[in-house]
Structure formats: C-alpha cells, structure tokens
Design a protein around this ligand. Structure first.
Ligand SMILES: CC(C)(COP(=O)(O)OP(=O)(O)OC[C@H]1O[C@@H](n2cnc3c(N)ncnc32)[C@H](O)[C@@H]1OP(=O)(O)O)[C@@H](O)C(=O)NCCC(=O)NCCS
Length: 182
C-alpha cells in the first residue's frame, strides 16, 4: 500500500471511488470533493490517496477550518470525506489512510482534526468526543456523539470553543444530518 497526495490525473478514479463507496450519496460526496480541491490546491488542506498496484483504493480530504477559541481563532482541520473501495473494505485501509493523514508533514502544525462519524469506528482510530475537551459542534444537527476530534502534538488545553466549518461544506449542505419534513 502506498499513500500519496492526489494529483490532477487522479480525479476520475477518485470520483468513481466516492460514487461506489457512498451509494446513493455518492454523487453529492463526489461533487463536494470537486470543490474541496480548490481549497487544497490553494494550500488549505490535504487530499490523500491509498494506492495499490496503480489502483486508487482509498481517499480522504483534510480541509482547513477555524476553531473560535477564547484567546484567538485557531487553524484546525476537518476530515471529510473518507472512503475505501467497497471490494477492499475491512482490510485496514481506512485506518491506515487516516493514520497517514494525521502523520503527514502538512499536518505537523495542526493541533486538532475534527470529523463527523460513527464513534464505534473512529474511537478505534484515536478520535474522542469533542465535548470532552470543551469543543462545540458547528451545527446542532450533528449528533453529539458523532462530533469527534483527534488531538495532535500541537494541541494545547486552552484550545476550546466552536468549530467553524469552511463555507464549501455549507454550500454543499454537507454538515450534519438533514431530516426533511421535521
Ligand atoms: C468507513 C470506511 C472508510 C472504513 O474503511 P475500511 O478500510 O473498511 O476500514 P478498516 O478496515 O480500517 O476498519 C474496519 C473495521 O471498521 C468497522 N467498519 C468498517 N466499515 C464500516 C462501516 N461501513 N460501518 C461500520 N463499521 C465499519 C468494522 O467493524 C471493521 O472491523 P472488523 O473488520 O473487525 O469488523 C469504509 O467502510 C467506507 O468507505 N465506507 C463508505 C463510506 C463511508 O461511510 N465513509 C465514512 C463517512 S464518515
């Protein structure tokens, strides 16, 4: 398994990966990824691939976001989306890809990485409930247990407050869970 930054030529394979991994949500996620690339290209994130024998089998994006802490705004990152090709899931690729992103050179100065996801999966990767560290979700539509954070070496305990998602996630309505009709 090889982990590397996404290159322009990888775009079709990455799109296919999300279409397959996210089923009926695949198109929405793939479209989000297209727009996240603009931020990554401008130096505000990381788009990382897992590749084996020339085939893209996993992909994730880390995007810069803000933590509205009492002392000052802090540059943090949001991990979204993460996907592994359905035919090779449950082989540790997702776990290894997340670990590679958290250890990546470009993540060294980052104190906190946030995500929304199943705590049953992400707790095993070292993520913790954000609320335990005085961290607040950017929307009440994110279930409290799903709002998780990974503390990196640059983290300091004064870094509390509300996570502010970049505008691109709002534009794609990709924050929390919508419940039409409620
Ligand atoms: C979630 C995902 C990235 C995990 O990747 P992966 O390479 O299969 O995960 P790993 O092999 O590192 O971990 C496997 C373990 O995680 C759990 N797991 C994996 N996929 C899971 C899923 N879809 N739902 C719940 N638990 C899952 C399993 O318990 C598994 O452990 P087991 O093999 O002992 O049963 C992958 O399943 C995927 O792409 N899913 C569709 C897209 C998605 O939901 N992305 C996450 C959005 S937050």
């Amino acid at each position: 398994m090889h982990y590397r930054r996404e290159q322009p030529g990888d775009r079709p394979a990455v799109r296919q990966l999300h279409l397959q991994a996210f089923d009926e949500h695949g198109r929405a996620v793939a479209d989000l990824v297209e727009d996240l690339r603009a931020r990554v290209s401008a130096g505000h994130g990381l788009s990382l691939l897992a590749e084996t024998d020339g085939t893209v089998v996993g992909h994730l994006v880390l995007t810069d976001a803000l933590l509205d802490a009492p002392r000052r705004l802090v540059s943090v990152r949001v991990l979204s989306p993460l996907a592994v090709l359905p035919t090779v899931q449950r082989r540790g690729i997702g776990r290894a890809l997340v670990a590679a992103a958290l250890q990546h050179d470009s993540t060294r100065a980052v104190p906190l990485v946030f995500l929304e996801g199943d705590p049953g999966y992400y707790a095993r990767l070292g993520f913790q409930p954000g609320a335990q560290h005085g961290l607040r979700r950017p929307s009440l539509r994110i279930p409290e247990a799903a709002f998780q954070v990974f503390l990196l070496p640059a983290y300091e305990p004064w870094m509390t407050g509300t996570l502010v998602y970049p505008e691109v996630f709002w534009r794609h309505d990709a924050v929390g869970l919508r419940r039409p009709g409620t």
